[in-house]
Design a protein around this ligand. Structure first.
Ligand SMILES: [Zn+2]
Length: 350
């Protein structure tokens, strides 16, 4: 996630500044910098850092809660009164932890929820400190301490997840960003195409669809892995739908070519539409049925359940933007982009 590191650094800086403001009124706008946080439940790797790295990447309050198992003073968190729609994520690793839909006023002074965001949100363990037996909550992704869960909550779960707000960040709903993954041949080409599409915030080039861990450009390029060159599209679903992204994808490829696109051949250049749920799968299959009538050959694009994405080496990111005069870019990537955008004019960024 090379490109997100700068955003993350900014977030930390702004959060640190924001913490200095003492009082937050109920109607105060939520910190704008959190708009850039991606609500991502597709992660597969834990976030592991040394103590020194955590100290550097967290504010003192966040570090105290998440890494030192601290407890904030009741009514002290600026998230306690937040009633807006959105998602509460771990301040340490951005793992989505709670939806605003599950928040309720417990009167305790700590942000309280009746259920976690997903099965990948929380780990529960017995905590015998302070002479009582409680169920302690940690973030499943970074093991950061978050609070405790009690069985005196409201319906439908009857549970009360009592959380230290300083360990959380709030991402307002309007800022939600979704992720879609495709493989469409050379990722230099597909990245520049999708970065031209409205509602797309970022495109990351990488590898997916195979079994080997930590593939590289060399290993994938040699055809010795089962991965394909792939890319992830971070998009605002309020601006562009998944259905329209699938439309752009099929406009960008020749779906009848088996193991290739343009001048590139090999299984690493096969085309794949990855889905993360049944709804996305149905959208892909409907589009494939539609485009099939435009070709005389059968459709070779694979429809695969998304498992894991490996980000490509830094020099592959924004390759076309940074190397507009490179031979392949001039001969293939730019013409392919222009051909594709001409087919989806209504979806192109102004
Ligand atoms: Zn975490």
């Amino acid at each position: 996630m090379i490109k997100f590191i700068s955003i993350t650094c900014l977030l930390i800086t702004f959060s640190a500044c924001a913490q200095q403001s003492k009082k937050v009124s109920k109607t105060s706008p939520i910190k704008m910098e959190n708009d850039n946080i991606i609500i991502d439940t597709t992660w597969t790797e834990k976030v592991v850092k040394s103590d020194a790295e955590w100290k550097k990447s967290l504010t003192p309050k966040q570090y105290y809660i998440l890494r030192e198992h601290g407890t904030e003073r009741p009514f002290s968190s600026e998230l306690y009164e937040v009633k807006e729609e959105g998602t509460y994520v771990c301040a340490g690793c951005k793992n989505p932890l709670f939806s605003s839909d599950a928040k309720f006023n417990s009167g305790t002074g700590w942000p309280s929820y009746f259920q976690p965001y997903s099965q990948k949100s929380l780990h529960v363990a017995t905590d015998n400190s302070l002479g009582m037996e409680r169920d302690a909550l940690t973030c499943k992704r970074c093991d950061g301490h978050l609070g405790h869960v009690f069985d005196d909550g409201p319906k439908p779960t009857g549970l009360r997840y009592c959380i230290d707000g300083d360990g959380l960040l709030f991402v307002p709903k309007q800022a939600a960003v979704a992720v879609a993954t495709f493989a469409g041949g050379c990722f230099w080409c597909t990245e520049t195409i999708f970065e031209s599409i409205k509602g797309v915030k970022e495109v990351i080039s990488g590898y997916s669809g195979g079994k080997e861990t930590d593939p590289s450009y060399e290993s994938v390029g040699s055809g010795s892995t089962s991965h394909a060159e792939a890319f992830q599209v971070y998009y605002d679903p309020k601006v562009i739908s998944y259905k329209d992204l699938v439309r752009v994808f099929f406009a960008s490829i020749d779906p009848t070519i088996v193991n290739g696109q343009g001048p590139d051949r090999g299984t690493q250049y096969r085309t794949i539409a990855f889905y993360t749920n049944d709804e996305e799968k149905a959208i892909i299959e409907a589009k494939m049925a539609e485009v099939a009538s435009e070709y005389s050959l059968p459709i070779a694009t694979q429809v695969v359940k998304f498992e894991k994405f490996y980000e490509a080496e830094a020099y592959h990111q924004d390759f076309v933007k940074r190397n507009p005069n490179q031979g392949y870019v001039r001969a293939e990537s730019i013409p392919r982009r222009e051909r594709t955008l001409a087919k989806v004019k209504d979806l192109v960024k102004k």
